[in-house]
Design a protein around this ligand. Structure first.
Ligand code: FAD
Length: 337
């Protein structure tokens, strides 16, 4: 079920749209749907240091990417109900009643994938994220020209901007170029924000950013939340929280696309195995164990490390310089910081 209408071009979603090349290969994502192939992550600290992390990736539009995934699901037998928002959900005996404007659906299992502000989990009265686990982001899609973007940002690079004292206390800002558009983003831990517009302005007034956005025109402006720590609960009575609804996101980078995909798949596999092996009473524990095995253990360690990384500009710079060479999981699990 999806509240937006998914026409041939999908629906807009505020997102940087950066993904690792392994994911492109894994789902056989067509190259003509890629906006830019990325070879490096340029990490700017506002004090003047610059680090460069090499590695292949891609920048995509979420409208196109999500539509591609939706079509894959439909082709493998999923029934899509778009332009239909869940309004309420109630438990009635063994089944859940999912209530929309168009009708009521009965479900034995519910996989909740409606994002950080999940209406489903609100209606089920699940606990919400703690304030220090939420990042408020602002996205501006700025229309520019390909040649100009290539000149100022490089043909194959995305740019991240850091600075605890002089830019963002816990978070970062970014310029992610698509073909003809620069996605300008900013995100800070929600309870540390005094004035988001003023803080965003500080970012776009940095000389490098100002130059990059010269002559670009605003097409879309959108605030959005990123959860950077788990929801206090991921499973209850046949209901699974996946993706942003569960806070299953990398707490340091805010990367959430692969984890949303994997947690959805793990929820489905958990249901299938528990049904088959008659282990329905152990479903919650098995779901979390499967998540832990695949990636969640690392994300939990990253959540703890995040506080240390953003403790001071010194620890942040140490992390950025290590990040040039190592994956963030290697830095955290290897206790390099
Ligand atoms: C500004 C920003 C930049 C980001 N950049 C990156 C990045 O570069 N790379 C990366 O990997 N991750 C990035 N992320 C994180 C990533 O976008 C999320 O982790 C990912 O989209 C989570 O997917 P999801 O399916 O769980 O939730 P969402 O993508 O939020 O999808 C939820 C869906 O549920 C629908 N919905 C909501 N309410 C209802 C309802 N009541 N009924 C029916 N449908 C409903 C919504 O319309 C939406 O389609 C970024 C996030 C933000 C906010």
């Amino acid at each position: 079920m999806e509240k937006e209408k998914l026409g041939k071009d999908g629906r807009y979603k505020a997102c940087g749209g950066a993904i690792a090349w392994e994911l492109i290969e894994e789902i056989d994502y067509p190259e003509n749907k890629i906006e830019r192939i990325i070879e490096s992550l340029e990490l700017h600290h506002v004090d003047g240091e610059r680090y460069s992390k090499k590695g292949k990736g891609a920048v995509i539009w979420r409208s196109v990417f999500d539509k591609f995934l939706t079509n894959m699901a439909i082709e493998s037998g999923t029934l899509l109900k778009d332009a239909e928002a869940l309004i309420n959900i109630e438990k009635g005996g063994e089944f859940y009643n999912i209530i929309t404007k168009k009708g009521i659906y009965k479900a034995k299992y519910v996989i909740v994938a409606d994002g950080a502000t999940s209406q489903t989990l609100k209606a089920l009265k699940w606990p919400y994220f703690e304030k220090n686990n939420l990042i408020l982001t602002i996205t501006r899609e700025m229309k520019s020209k390909k040649n100009y973007i290539d000149g100022v940002l490089g043909k194959n690079a995305v740019h991240l901007f850091f600075g605890i004292k002089n830019l963002i206390p816990i978070g970062y800002a970014w310029l992610f170029p698509k073909k003809e558009t620069i996605t300008v983003g900013w995100g800070n831990q929600i309870n540390l924000i005094k004035n988001s517009r003023a803080e965003f302005k500080k970012f776009v007034h940095l000389p490098f950013v100002k130059e990059a956005l010269k002559n670009a025109s605003l097409e879309i402006f959108k605030p959005h939340l990123i959860p950077v720590g788990l929801r206090p609960m991921l499973y209850n009575e046949n209901v699974f929280a996946v993706g942003d609804a569960g806070g299953i996101v990398d707490p340091i980078s805010g990367k959430g696309i692969p984890y949303a995909m994997m947690s959805g798949q793990i929820a489905v596999e958990t249901i299938a195995t528990c049904e088959k092996k008659d282990k329905i009473d152990k479903m919650g524990a098995i779901y979390e164990r499967n998540l832990d095995k695949k990636f969640l253990k690392v994300l939990k360690a990253k959540r703890m490390a995040r506080d240390k990384i953003f403790e001071s500009d010194e620890t942040l710079k140490k992390f950025l310089s290590l990040w040039e060479t190592y994956r963030s999981s290697q830095i955290i699990m290897g206790k390099m910081i």
